[in-house]
Design a protein. Structure first.
Length: 344
């Protein structure tokens, strides 16, 4: 810790809560009580959605190359993406931090400035702040709540055979950004003082360090006049999201390798790193795009008006047909995902 930084012990637990709470005022009319009481109090006339994110130092992020402001922003994106995936509108978030003795007041304020920046960008309210001491590095937990009209809620368990499968944006960029950061960290550790050389890879670095939530999607679908039959956030790679949706819906699927959207910057970074971009898209994670299924009849009515950032990748099948990827060579292979059966 820099000598000019303020140790947290100088404020104490409740002094830190009071300090952070005094910097942020309630903005949404639904928030009655925010930071400063035993719990937040807010009103809502619709069905309530709740989700959370948990980011652990050394597992989900590395402070060697993760700016604290970006980290706070990303933590909010992770949490509210689950609300958005159910066709909901995020409303409030509560931030809980596990703080080691290397975290000063100034560093906590940097982290929380990222949290607040994300809240302002997505129109959500920071209504709670709970810090605690940590012996295992920095821990960031964001609990998010939101609302949706009950009839408008979209689940991952309601996809049906013949539904069209779509994804938003592009996939695999976040993993390529992570690999670039890890490469330069290894160079730094080996040399001691060599500056990182990221080249022209700003896009994939941003996809890893400061991703954005797909807060625009639900309004786009509403404008098109359709409601997805099922939807889920792509947090752990496309393969995992497909398997989760199909298992919950008791269906199978077919997706096409040449339909999976890959940004040119992702392809460039993958070539530089000698990494298969398809593997990055299927198993990379942290892209925070959406996977959605659309009724075939509904899709036929809107396909000519489909926004450029919504891509058709395949379709839902009966469960006995399993989950398969059709390769560019027209071969069918089973879709497999990391994280099934392990906690690695």
């Amino acid at each position: 810790m820099n000598e000019k930084e303020t140790p947290l012990s100088q404020l104490g637990l409740y002094g830190l809560i009071e300090r952070i709470g005094s910097q942020y005022k309630n903005q949404n009319s639904s928030t009655v009580i925010g930071i400063g009481d035993d719990a937040a109090l807010f009103t809502n006339n619709e069905a309530v959605l709740a989700g959370s994110s948990l980011l652990l130092e050394g597992i989900h992020f590395d402070l060697t190359y993760s700016p604290l402001q970006h980290l706070g922003y990303k933590a909010v994106v992770v949490a509210i993406s689950d609300i958005l995936a159910m066709n909901g509108k995020p409303g409030q978030v509560i931030a809980s931090l596990g703080l080691s003795n290397k975290m000063s007041l100034e560093r906590v304020e940097l982290l929380m400035s990222g949290v607040v920046s994300a809240c302002e960008n997505y129109g959500v309210e920071l209504v709670g702040f709970r810090p605690a001491a940590s012996l295992t590095g920095l821990t960031i937990s964001i609990a998010a709540s939101g609302s949706v009209k009950q009839d408008d809620a979209v689940l991952r368990s309601t996809a049906r055979p013949s539904d069209v499968l779509c994804v938003t944006g592009d996939l695999g960029g976040a993993l390529m950004g992570l690999h670039l950061l890890e490469r330069e960290k290894r160079v730094l550790n080996a040399s001691g003082d060599q500056k990182p050389e990221f080249g022209n890879n700003d896009y994939v670095l941003k996809r890893q360090l400061k991703p954005e939530a797909r807060a625009d999607l639900n309004e786009k679908l509403k404008t098109l006049g359709i409601k997805p039959t099922a939807m889920t956030c792509i947090k752990d790679g496309l393969a995992t999201s497909l398997l989760l949706m199909c298992k919950a819906s008791a269906t199978g699927c077919r997706i096409y390798e040449n339909k999976i959207p890959l940004n040119q910057s992702t392809l460039k970074a993958a070539s530089e790193l000698n990494f298969n971009p398809l593997v990055a898209a299927l198993n990379g994670g942290e892209d925070f795009e959406m996977l959605l299924s659309v009724n075939l009849n509904d899709f036929e009515q809107i396909k000519e008006r489909l926004p450029d950032d919504i891509h058709v990748i395949g379709y839902i099948t009966e469960a006995e047909k399993a989950c398969r990827l059709i390769t560019g060579a027209d071969q069918e292979i089973d879709i497999k995902a990391q994280g099934w059966g392990t906690m690695s």
